[in-house]
Design a protein around this ligand. Sequence first.
Ligand SMILES: [Cu+2]
Length: 195
Amino acid sequence: MKAQSSALPIIVGILVVIIAVGVSVYAYYQYQLLSAPTTSVTTTSSTNNIQLKYDSSNKTVFLTIVVLTSGPAFNFNGTSNGQLVIYIPAGWSIYVTFINQQSLPHNLILLQNTTATPNNADVSQFGKILYIVGATTSNYQSTGISSGASDSGLWGPINAGVYMLVCGILGHAESGMWAVLVASSNVSTPYATIS
Ligand SMILES: [Cu+2]
């Protein structure tokens, strides 16, 4: 009995350390995934914000969206259901790099959405498709990039508004594969948040 009672705090301590390390690695990985090389780097005032790389002279934000094998099945950078919100200055463009690490194909669409959340298997039923990476306007419902592949595109300039980033393959956005993009004149430095 004595050996058991003295071992318990050690086991609990080890578990706490393992969980803390795991959370830290996960947070750092998400930050890295949202970062891409560019000519200018700057900081934002809030420590909770994720800094994005951008080139202010070209009014371009560099965004890397990765479909991970960990986390929610239908995810962008490990997030789902609008958890990821990206803020850019109105009138700027996005150079997006889309990477799929899953065996299931996926694509990435900038949608001028008309509903707060996806409510149809076909993304064109709740918004207007503005830009696509990994598919075309005629095959986005079934076509994407395959495992390990990446594709990129320059989207914009993007007018002030609130948009959705979605996967266009039937049912994927409805299953959680969507994020939010806000273009606003109130934003001077691009950043992102994950709730
Ligand atoms: Cu998908």
